[in-house]
Design a protein around this ligand. Structure first.
Ligand code: MG
Length: 159
């Protein structure tokens, strides 16, 4: 078994959609980034890559590459899962926390789980998504951005 951690932050800005865990969430601002800036999915990709000992998302999907401009991060997750699988690992489970002052994310957790699990080729109960505010503290508390943390557990692919 191998464990990995992923952490990501993106700035909130007007004129962008807010996409978390592949789900389009109604909000007056969205996350800024080269891709769709899905901070939750990025943290999960980093956790998977970390567990496999394969570096991080920036190495595999550089934000200088026009191929990844505005791309759905679910596509990056699919690529990540394939690379990790080619290295000989499959996902046991993923747990993640989004840190956001607003909006309320709980109503979207089931859709996020379904979408992420589908891309990871695991049952929905192998993916847990939760959220917290930072009680008004720091950049996430001020609503300047959203952060996400994730851990992933991998096991060797059965021969
Ligand atoms: Mg990111």
């Amino acid at each position: 078994m191998r464990i990995g951690i992923g952490v990501d932050f993106h700035r909130l800005t007007h004129g962008r959609r807010l996409i978390l865990g592949g789900v389009d969430i109604p909000f007056e601002r969205g996350l800024l980034g080269h891709s769709d800036a899905d901070v939750l999915t990025h943290a999960i990709c980093d956790a998977l890559l970390g567990a496999a000992g394969m570096g991080d998302i920036g190495v595999h999907f550089p934000d200088t590459d026009p191929a990844y401009k505005d791309i759905s991060s679910l596509v990056l997750l699919s690529h990540t899962v394939k690379m990790v699988h080619d290295k000989g690992y499959q996902t046991v489970n993923v747990d993640a926390t989004v840190i956001a002052q607003e909006p309320k994310l709980a109503p979207h957790f089931p859709a996020m789980r379904d979408r992420l699990a589908q891309r990871m080729n695991v049952p929905a109960d192998a993916v847990n998504v939760k959220a917290t505010t930072s009680e008004g503290l720091g950049h996430t508390g001020a609503g300047d951005g959203i952060a996400a943390w994730a851990v992933a557990l991998l096991r060797p692919v059965k021969p």
